[in-house]
Design a protein around this ligand. Structure first.
Ligand code: SF4
Length: 435
């Protein structure tokens, strides 16, 4: 009997994320080299919201962002005082053993600050230059060139960061004039897209003509609407092979900012577009700045592009889970894994790929738990008060009583030790807990 499954005519293979070929930038501090593009993992970056003049406060926030997983951290450099603080921030970080590269964010006076404060120019690993904010008229190219020359002198990478909120108005006006001469003029949005792309790619070409290595030029064209961002980055990726910094600017707060950033970045990352990402969330009062790093990591991990922390699969719960036990256990396990990661990252290499399932009842619980490395199916309403635990796809034990949460946590830790510890022992679980 022919057991082959029939293939639907016209069906194609299931698709993986695409890969865009790009140059590779190197953002360096000491021995730390963060590669961007050219096949490197998609990098996470973030930005402080402290006053840069407060060197200690800024260094502390940079440390928090770096510990949360930010691989580069940008700081505002807007005044001579801020420029003077930069080497002290770097010094504080080096003293704390935080070697994350710092990126200086310059607008309007970057050419002067970098010229007048060589210690600042040296302490930074990358300069963000906004071509819309480097000066008008004949000053534009002169001041832009001055920054490029300093970047080359200190061997720093740059990001040409165009933002539609500060788009080069002279360039836009010129393109609007040209558009009005067309037999069938484009709509205003198309002209705006074109101005963003022209500003980014034209500035990169100018930097190259001054001697800057193309590979050390990272581009971004940030916009605040999801569809605009997708349209512009698709074109940017098509027209150049510079590494791309990707982010939805002014994404907003909380759920709105998180969802909008995820929607935009996921579409582009799936198409291979984006070599480093930043999630621009407005923190709620007293909310940790590190939330933007958490969201960026979750986006990359959810897309399967990188792994940072063991993932916890949990069902949403429904009328079959009338107690809060299941929610509490899910949260406890998630917190436990995140809290342990800073240490586990070095003691248990590879642990970030672990998959844990915490499920609410028998309907999908055993099935989902079997797909995870380790999973527990809690009893739903009316089910026997027993929680089967599955390890590597097989039921290994059943937990009962009031200590299910702590016992399951011990089982997870034991599994991690056995699988990812230096002993590399066979995967076993705590036999004392077996049926
Ligand atoms: S696994 Fe059970 S508790 Fe969870 S959503 Fe499905 S039916 Fe509801």
């Amino acid at each position: 009997m022919d057991t082959h499954v029939a293939v639907t005519p016209g069906a194609t293979a299931f698709s993986a994320p695409l890969v865009r070929s790009s140059l590779q930038a190197r953002v360096v501090w000491g021995d730390r080299v963060v590669t961007v593009g050219g096949g490197a993992p998609v990098r996470i970056q973030s930005m402080t919201n402290t006053d840069t003049v407060d060197a200690v406060g800024t260094a502390i926030q940079v440390k928090e962002l770096a510990n949360a997983g930010s691989e580069m951290v940008r700081i505002t450099v807007n005044t001579p005082e801020a420029a003077q603080a930069v080497p002290y921030i770097r010094e504080q970080l080096d003293r704390m053993g935080i070697d994350v590269p710092l990126v200086g964010d310059f607008h309007y006076n970057g050419h002067r600050l970098l010229t007048d404060h060589p210690d600042c120019a040296q302490a930074l690993s990358k300069y963000r230059i906004n071509p819309g904010n480097v000066g008008k008229g004949d000053k534009h190219d002169r001041q832009f060139s001055q920054m490029i020359e300093i970047a080359m002198r200190w061997d720093k990478a740059i990001r040409i960061g165009v933002n539609w909120g500060s788009l080069d108005q002279e360039l836009l006006a010129r393109l609007m004039d040209e558009n009005s001469q067309r037999a069938v003029p484009w709509d205003a949005k198309q002209v705006m897209y074109e101005a963003l792309l022209n500003s980014a790619i034209g500035s990169a070409q100018l930097a190259e003509s001054l001697g800057m290595a193309a590979s050390q030029i990272i581009l971004s064209c940030k916009m605040s609407a999801v569809q605009d961002l997708i349209a512009v980055y698709r074109e940017l990726a098509k027209r150049s092979n510079y590494p791309l910094h990707l982010g939805l600017t002014e994404a907003g707060m909380g759920t709105k900012g998180t969802v909008a950033s995820t929607a935009a970045l996921a579409v582009l990352l799936q198409e291979g577009i984006g070599d480093t990402i930043r999630v621009s969330l407005t923190p709620a009062p007293n909310e940790a700045r590190t939330q933007e790093v958490v969201v960026a990591s979750e986006i990359l991990q959810s897309l399967g592009l990188r792994s940072f922390v063991p993932s916890v699969t949990a069902c949403p719960g429904c009328g079959r889970t009338t107690s809060t036990t299941f929610q509490e256990l899910t949260q406890q396990i998630d917190n436990f894994l995140r809290e342990k990661m800073p240490v586990w990252r070095t003691t248990y290499p590879g642990v970030e790929s672990l998959k844990v399932a915490v499920m609410g009842c028998i309907v999908n619980g055993p099935g989902e738990s079997k797909h995870a490395d380790i999973g527990i199916s809690l009893p739903g309403t009316g089910e026997a008060p027993a929680a089967p635990v599955f390890i590597d796809g097989e039921k290994r034990m059943t937990l009962r009583g009031n200590a299910i949460a702590s016992e399951f946590q011990a089982v997870v830790e034991n599994y991690i030790q056995n699988r990812f510890g230096s002993q590399g022992q066979a995967r076993t679980s705590n036999t004392a807990l077996h049926d």
